[in-house]
Design a protein around this ligand. Structure first.
Ligand code: HSE
Length: 435
């Protein structure tokens, strides 16, 4: 049986998870693929660094170049992460014509075109299934399973940390800060948590999915990104009263019209409780993919963790093994996103519905003043709630707003915020009905 030799750079939690999964099911993979998969070298930070599963000392080195430069190694797995040395390692491996498997979403997001161009130049493949939604085979599904489809819309809960925090806020009526502190204590959220909480991690992932789905590179600078710091328990509660749940959604939606484009964005979103994504709780990820041929589909699973990530990494290793066995460069082009032109639609042009929570003076005429501003901007109100029994000088006023562009809504909101009857900063979230 033909043999494919692997070298891995990174032997910590995820790396040891990959090695362990290979120990567990490597023979089964070989039987399924008709290719023997063999680990030849693993570069680690230190021989005794903490790892979830043991790696034999005979396989380990602390010099990553030994992995990249070993002529017997066909496939290099990069699990170092970040946009620094990991990029040097990947480019070095590609330059040698080796297939690279990476879980590095930050690097793909920041340097995708450069990396895929380097892969194309040396005729090597660059696989990245583990970069989005951990163990969910979303990249392979978009590339292969849905190869006959265009993608009118993809909605993803792609950050487990944010989903864990928002789920607990809803279930326990807890505050953001308290849940975050507890999540950090329990190891669910990193310290500092900014990359997750501020939506950057989700931005990397939805950018990769959008680029793959739409065939042009969605530059991360153009992806409108908001995190979950401004979601409060009071908004969770009002959303619930209105029949909604707040989720951090990555959205890649095709927009037609005179100036067509693709909305690629990340923001906390009110979604109807009846929608399947509203039931995705805890650290779980999910992707709701609408194909023009297949219709609506849902992918659900663990978006992080050593074992889920190992499953995705080994699925890429299997593709790499088959490429080598069959002698073909690729079975389905892994990425064609750098060639085509396309347009990430600026946020100002995006139309959506809105949830608006204002703190207002409890006196007659307030609603008239607010609705006059909205009416003059041709923005319609679909419902209003002003709960009774709130103490103090101000009371919450919740407005559900009909479709309006972001530009029009922001302009109207700036005017509303200046009204003397408005006490405190208005809170606005977008609403998605998945139409
Ligand atoms: N930090 C990510 C999350 C996991 O919370 O989903 C790795 O992508």
């Amino acid at each position: 049986m033909q043999q494919v030799n692997l070298g891995m750079i990174g032997g910590g939690t995820v790396g040891s998870g990959v090695f362990h999964a290979w120990q567990q099911n490597g023979d089964l993979m070989a039987a399924r693929l008709g290719v023997k998969i063999n680990f030849r070298k693993i570069a680690v930070k230190a021989f005794d660094e903490p790892r979830a599963y043991e790696i034999p000392l005979t396989l380990m080195t602390t010099d990553w170049q030994e992995v990249v430069n070993d002529p017997q190694i066909h496939v290099v797995i990069e699990l170092v992460g970040g946009t620094g040395i990991a990029k040097v390692m990947i480019l070095a491996a590609l330059a040698q014509g080796k297939t690279v498997v990476t879980a590095n979403k930050a690097l793909i997001s920041a340097c995708g075109p450069e990396l895929f161009a380097a892969a194309a130049k040396s005729g090597a493949n660059l696989y990245y299934e583990a970069s989005v939604c951990g163990g969910i085979p979303i990249i392979k599904s978009l590339r292969e399973g849905f190869v006959s489809n265009q993608f009118p819309a993809i909605y993803g809960i792609v950050n487990g940390t944010c989903n864990y925090i928002l789920s607990r806020m809803k279930q326990e009526g807890a505050d953001f800060g308290d849940v975050l502190a507890d999540a950090q204590k329990q190891g669910y959220a990193e310290t500092p948590p900014d990359l997750d909480i501020d939506g950057k991690d989700a931005q990397h992932k939805i950018g990769i999915l959008a680029s793959l789905a739409h065939g042009f590179w969605a530059d991360h600078h153009e992806i409108h990104t908001e995190g979950i710091r401004d979601v409060s328990k009071i908004d969770m509660q009002f959303a619930e009263k209105l029949g909604y749940t707040i989720k951090l959604l990555g959205i890649a939606k095709k927009i037609s019209g005179k100036k067509p484009g693709v909305q690629v964005s990340v923001y906390p979103t009110l979604i109807p409780n009846s929608h399947v994504l509203a039931s995705v709780n805890g650290v779980f990820n999910a992707c709701f993919v609408r194909g023009d041929v297949v219709g609506d589909t849902l992918f659900y699973g663990r978006g992080a963790g050593k074992d889920a990530t190992a499953s995705a990494v080994l699925s890429d290793v299997a593709d790499a093994a088959l490429d080598l066995k069959l002698g073909g460069k690729v079975r389905v082009a892994p990425f064609n996103a750098c060639a085509k032109k396309g347009r990430v639609m600026p946020m100002d042009e995006i139309t959506s519905r809105y949830y608006l929570r204002l703190s207002v003076a409890d006196k007659p005429g307030v609603l008239a003043k607010i609705s006059a501003i909205l009416a003059s901007a041709k923005i319609g109100i679909s419902s209003v709630i002003q709960p009774e029994g709130h103490a103090g000088d101000s009371v919450p006023l919740i407005l559900m707003i009909h479709d309006a562009t972001n530009a029009a809504m922001q302009k109207a909101l700036a005017k509303i915020a200046k009204l003397p009857v408005i006490k405190g900063k208005p809170v606005m979230f977008r609403v998605e009905n998945f139409d």
